[in-house]
Design a protein around this ligand. Structure first.
Ligand code: K2U
Ligand code: NI
Length: 183
């Protein structure tokens, strides 16, 4: 079972590495890892389990956050309309995106960052993502709104990018050009 002790924090080199693609179809080991990552996210959202194991609530997790250099991440959350997104993503790639940008009006956080970093994080408002699922089949996701934000946060981790890299350092709450707030 993955716990917070397994999640590396800022300063760990793994968070700044570009990850290597994973062989497809995935090995038993990689399937197990992705399922463990999904279980962590679900556990972190379960008040009883999160309380018992002191888990910080999360909606996504990327392999580099476990110190593992593999191009894999997992997401489990409902969007603002209650649609469930629950995926293990292998070798995800943004194959197209909108010019329009979007940002969470609440800003972002990160399970690997033990501090509040204020400011708007501009991201693509809409993305099309190609990946392989845990079953090894190809997935194509057309995402917008909160789902687009979460998946881009996780794919950033696979490229060694942290959410605060996108924040305007001069004016963290500057409204990004051609952007809209989410939430
Ligand atoms: O990658 C991670 O560190 C998991 C993040 C993902 C994330 C943060 C902000 C915006 C989009 C995705 C954690 O989920 S941070 C904690 C959290 C929990 C519930 C909702 C939003 C953020
Ligand atoms: Ni993060």
């Amino acid at each position: 079972m993955i716990t917070m002790d397994d999640i590396v924090r800022e300063g760990h080199p793994s968070l700044r590495e570009k990850t290597r693609e994973v062989p497809v179809p995935p090995s038993e080991e990689d399937i197990q890892l992705l399922n463990d990552m999904l279980d962590f996210i679900k556990n972190s959202q379960n008040e009883e389990i999160a309380g018992e194991y002191n888990l910080r609530a999360g909606v996504g997790l990327a392999a580099p956050q476990l110190g593992i250099n593999k191009r894999m991440c997992a997401v489990h959350f409902e969007d603002l309309k209650g649609k469930l997104y629950s995926y293990g993503l292998i070798n995800p790639k943004i194959i197209s995106h909108s010019v329009e940008q979007a940002y969470l009006s609440s800003g972002e956080g990160c399970l690997s960052v033990d501090r509040d970093v204020e400011g708007y994080v501009p991201r693509n408002a809409r993305v099309t993502v190609k990946a392989f699922g845990i079953d090894g089949n190809e997935i194509k996701l057309r995402l917008r709104g909160y789902a687009a934000i979460v998946v881009q946060h996780e794919i950033d981790h696979l490229d060694g990018v942290m959410f605060y890299d996108h924040i305007n350092q001069e004016n963290p709450f500057a409204i990004p050009d051609n952007s809209k707030p989410i939430g």
